[in-house]
Ligand binder design. Structure first.
Ligand SMILES: Cc1cc2nc3c(=O)[nH]c(=O)nc-3n(C[C@H](O)[C@H](O)[C@H](O)COP(=O)(O)OP(=O)(O)OC[C@H]3O[C@@H](n4cnc5c(N)ncnc54)[C@H](O)[C@@H]3O)c2cc1C
Ligand code: SF4
Length: 488
């Protein structure tokens, strides 16, 4: 145990976010550096619990008390070994994970939980800075070939595990760069893209081959892949977006979040769809909506309003969501802080009834109405109709599952059983295998819209299943079965 009195002596502390008026002038990550002595105190708060619930909260089963102790003892080299033992990409989760581990931390029962995520990110950043993150090519090769379709966190985790197990792995990505939603969904101010680039460099040096600009199902068929490769891992994400089919939806200026964010992520402010000088409305109160807000702030929007159909969540755990579950709480992300400081609004329990167009078909306003909660079926509240000005709307209302394009349609026809589950995701057995022999599925494509940490856990687990399929045995770790779900 790091320090038997650490949790009594030190309060939880996180790095400061850079001042709003400074950080919105650039696209860099919003947090200031965190001094090492402060981090040691945060690691010292860990009680090294007999039953560490943080493990159960984390789908990767991260060995959290072990690396807290190692950081406290200043053994950073061993800390990164223990962290990498369960997580291929702590630089992604340490920055972006909503940290179910912290929600499950035992200290959280009657105090602020251990700052697990901050300890994680400091360990991996230090490891990169010290040059400890080096390629780990396999000692022997199996001669087996694996195709991974999709280069988000699930595909990358599967590819790294399988390459290190000695297989020849090719990652196919239809976009022009590797990373999936890490690259073109999540903005630079949440995670700078150099974090992806340096990891890809390591993977390429280990022997993973990357082919960008290849849309599998269009540029190459599933049949061709099956003929060329011994196994296929589908990791194409859940990118079919939910729409809002109300009158005026075709107005010029209404975009899906994933139409708006990628060009902004490519150009950092020099985007083909810019919020500059416009009244912006973001429909959807989740993380994707927050990313749209932070992007519009940096592009110089005239005003920003966020709309959410659900009622405002509570600030503290309600009795119905007790420790150690992952509660739905009111969050003040960096983008929300920026919105508040610039005088923008977050409006809850409201529904959009029409996109109002001007004579040229351009978006001019949104017609809204307040609604009752989900128990009342979001019944409109009479007399609350109103209009707000809007020249740019981004729809951030979630995703409906994987796109049923050429690739999945072709495979579905070959499937021995149902290729899709009742929710429209790709169905897998306990070994992540689909109804098509040798074809596996991992990440959002099989799970539905989820989180990076689940995608990595699935990628690692699917890799173990593929390795066993190819060689009859495996030493690769299995983080979770495909049926594992968050503690709610
Ligand atoms: C805007 C946004 C912000 C988010 N923020 C967070 C966050 O802060 N924290 C968090 O934990 N989660 C966040 N998420 C969710 C998280 O990004 C996803 O759960 C995660 O990326 C899923 O990983 P994946 O590897 O399954 O798929 P993805 O990351 O979606 O990657 C799939 C890749 O497959 C490619 N592909 C698909 N079909 C084909 C094909 N036929 N041929 C070739 N390539 C193909 C796609 O182009 C894509 O690059 C966010 C999601 C969005 C949309
Ligand atoms: S639950 Fe919290 S206090 Fe207990 S071992 Fe995990 S991080 Fe440490």
């Amino acid at each position: 145990m790091a320090d038997p009195k650490g949790f009594l002596t030190h309060d939880r502390e996180l790095p400061q976010r850079r001042p709003v008026d400074v950080r919105i002038r650039d696209w860099r990550e919003v947090y200031d550096a965190f001094p090492a002595e402060k981090l040691t105190r945060q690691a010292a708060r860990c009680m090294d619990c007999g039953i560490p619930f943080c493990h159960n909260g984390c789908p990767l089963g991260n060995l959290i008390p072990e690396w807290n102790d190692l950081v406290y003892r200043d053994d950073w080299r061993e800390a990164i070994e223990r962290l990498h033992a369960t997580n291929n990409f702590p630089e992604f989760t340490g920055r972006l994970c909503p940290a179910p581990c912290e929600m499950a931390c035992v200290l959280g029962i009657n105090a602020d939980p251990v700052a697990i995520k901050r300890v994680e990110v400091e360990i991996i950043d230090r490891a990169f800075a010290e040059g400890w993150v080096t390629p780990q090519p396999p000692l022997a090769r199996t001669g087996k070939k694996v195709a991974v379709v999709g280069s988000g966190p699930a595909g990358l985790a599967a590819a790294q595990q399988l390459t290190r197990a000695g297989h020849d792995v090719v990652v196919f990505e239809r976009a022009d760069a590797i990373g999936g939603l890490l690259r073109y969904g999540i903005p630079e101010f949440k995670m700078e893209k150099r974090n992806i680039d340096r990891r890809i460099e390591q993977m390429a040096a280990e022997g993973t081959e990357f082919r960008t600009g290849v849309n599998v199902g269009v540029d190459v068929t599933a049949a061709q892949l099956r003929a060329e490769f011994d196994a296929i891992v589908l990791a194409g994400g859940a990118t079919a977006w939910r729409d809002l089919p109300v009158p005026g939806r075709d107005a010029e200026g209404v975009y899906q979040a994933m139409e708006y964010l990628p060009p902004a992520n490519k150009g950092f402010g020099d985007s083909s769809i810019s919020a500059r000088g416009k009244h912006v409305v973001v429909i959807g109160g989740g993380d994707t909506g927050a990313d749209c807000i932070g992007t519009a702030v940096r592009q110089g929007a005239a005003s920003i309003t966020q709309l959410e159909i659900m009622p405002k969540p509570p600030a503290d755990r309600p009795g119905s969501q007790p420790w150690p579950t992952f509660p739905m709480l009111f969050k003040m992300e960096s983008a929300h802080e920026e919105l508040a400081e610039l005088g923008g609004d977050r409006v809850y329990a409201v529904s959009t009834t029409e996109f109002v167009k001007d004579a040229e078909g351009r978006l001019a306003a949104l017609r809204l109405i307040d609604v009752e909660g989900p128990a009342a079926g979001f019944k409109p509240v009479p007399g609350t109709e109103r209009e707000i000005p809007a020249q740019l709307v981004t729809l951030a209302m979630g995703f409906l599952g994987p796109e049923k394009g050429g690739l999945l349609t072709e495979l579905a026809e070959l499937s021995a059983g149902e290729f899709f589950d009742p929710r429209g995701n790709v169905a897998r057995n306990r070994s992540y295998q689909t109804g098509v022999d040798g074809v596996f599925a991992a990440g959002d494509m099989g799970r539905g819209q989820s989180l990076i940490v689940w995608a990595i856990a699935e990628g690692r687990s699917a890799a173990a299943a593929v390795d066993e399929y190819l060689t009859g045995q495996t030493a690769l770790p299995v983080a979770i079965p495909p049926t594992a779900r968050p503690l709610v």
